[in-house]
Design a protein around this ligand. Structure first.
Ligand SMILES: Cc1cc2nc3c(=O)[nH]c(=O)nc-3n(C[C@H](O)[C@H](O)[C@H](O)COP(=O)(O)OP(=O)(O)OC[C@H]3O[C@@H](n4cnc5c(N)ncnc54)[C@H](O)[C@@H]3O)c2cc1C
Length: 407
């Protein structure tokens, strides 16, 4: 394998795959270095319609469609015996109105295989151990599956290493998140008793006074992903004894009429604690971070893969611009773009856990316009500034919840 590339991409998840595809479309040479062997399990299975725009632009949509994954046309929230359905076809912003629920092992594998076909060199079972960046050129060091060490010279490094957070750790860029430390426990199970609409779309039930929630994400092969999110103490408690309490929560899932009461669990539940994290900077000389290597807020609105695709795509386009000799204002063109999207979702995450969002969406006389505009955010259209629920996200949710409570 050669040791000189235009760009090295660390990580072959969705952020790394889409970044690579955009770079290849621009004629650059790309090496993707991936620690694991693919296909590999990762959590994050419910996509947003906005993902489709990015996949299409990067010419990666066909390989995703070929997977014949479960079509996702909306989201169902459930709370204290009330149900609220959002259908993406009713959303305010124009654009894709459906997406998929995917097994990430299959989805991520399909993307990176397609990128390999398009001309990227991909080395699996290869762990990046060090990176040196400067104005002139960059060096990436990795150890392959045989234990052989490599030094690669390149013009730019894209860190798409997800929870591995290679550059944030090496360059000391991590900061603690100011969100409550939360975790999750999850598994897949046999789902052979599907009935109504919730048979297809992600179904979320909030409980424990909105401090915890349980998800059901059906797949096209008759299995589902189920998981519980809550503060770290609660997740530790329900994970004890091989997750007995977790099983009980799943088997009595409110709103699903005993659908999972007898279901077989397909693997021992996995636990992740303290997943939220912050970051000091998103770029520097010769490098940029994208996907989960940057901020990760919370899984409640399934925005993780959308941000991975959006940031990977935008980062790659700016790398192309810079390597072609044009000046890039990274603060404005990258940070501002990405952090705007993150801050919109941040308002919705806050409103979910403090109950304001429940007050709004479960309001019986809720105005259809509001619902359509919120639906756009739930579909991932967080850069549509014509939507008041995007533009004024910080205050609108608070104010509206207050008005409804006073009524
Ligand atoms: C409980 C929970 C539920 C979630 N649910 C959803 C959901 O429903 N929908 C959604 O969109 N998102 C969800 N997410 C978020 C989602 O998991 C992530 O946002 C998404 O996987 C990020 O993609 P990525 O490409 O940035 O990183 P990843 O998919 O994590 O890929 C990064 C890759 O980098 C590789 N890597 C790491 N270190 C190194 C190294 N040193 N050298 C080489 N390679 C390395 C890893 O092996 C990995 O393959 C959820 C997250 C949690 C915690």
């Amino acid at each position: 394998m050669k040791n000189n590339y235009d760009v090295v991409v660390i990580g072959a998840g969705p952020a790394g795959a889409i970044a690579s595809s955009r770079l290849l479309q621009a004629g650059l040479s790309v090496l993707v270095i991936e620690k694991m062997e693919f296909p590999r399990f990762v959590i994050g299975e419910s996509l947003l319609p906005q993902c489709m725009n990015y996949l299409e632009k990067a010419d990666l949509l066909d390989c995703v469609k070929d997977l014949k994954s479960q079509v996702k046309s909306g989201v169902v929230f459930y709370h204290e015996n009330e149900r609220c359905d959002f259908l993406f076809k009713d959303k305010y912003t124009e654009g894709w109105d459906y997406t998929y629920q995917v097994k990430r092992a299959e989805f991520d594998h399909a993307l990176i295989k397609e990128v390999e076909k398009k001309g990227a060199n991909v080395t699996f079972k290869s762990e990046v151990t060090d990176v040196k960046t400067s104005k002139e050129s960059q060096f990436v060091y990795y150890t392959d599956g045989e234990g052989v060490k490599h030094e690669i010279n390149c013009r730019f490094v894209i860190d798409a290493s997800g929870y591995g957070r290679v550059l944030p750790r090496l360059f000391d860029l991590e900061i603690p998140s100011d969100l409550t430390s939360r975790g999750a426990i999850f598994t897949h199970l046999v789902d052979d008793k599907r009935t109504d609409q919730a048979a297809e779309n992600i179904f979320v039930n909030a409980f424990n006074n909105n401090s915890a929630w349980v998800w059901s994400i059906p797949f096209s092969d008759g299995t589902s992903s189920v998981g519980v999110v809550g503060n770290d103490e609660f997740i530790k408690e329900i994970s004890e004894d091989s997750g007995d309490k977790f099983q009980e929560i799943v088997r009595t899932f409110p709103g699903l009429d005993g659908r999972y009461a007898e279901s077989k669990f397909l693997f021992e539940p996995k636990t992740i604690l303290g997943y939220s994290i912050g970051i000091k900077q998103l770029h520097g000389e010769g490098f940029v971070l994208c996907g989960n290597s940057t901020e990760f807020l919370d899984p409640i609105f399934s925005s993780g893969v959308m941000f991975a695709l959006a940031s990977g795509s935008e980062a790659a386009d700016l790398v192309v611009k810079e390597l072609s000799g044009e000046k890039v204002d990274w603060d404005k063109e990258y940070d501002e773009f990405l952090l705007h999207g993150v801050s919109v979702f941040r308002s919705y995450v806050d409103a979910w856990y403090n109950g304001n969002l429940h007050t709004i969406i479960f309001e019986e006389d809720g105005q259809e316009d509001f619902k359509r505009q919120i639906c756009s955010v739930l579909a991932g259209y967080v850069w549509d500034m014509s939507n008041p629920f995007v533009k004024k996200h910080k205050n609108l949710l608070k104010t509206l919840a207050k008005v409804i409570e006073i009524r």
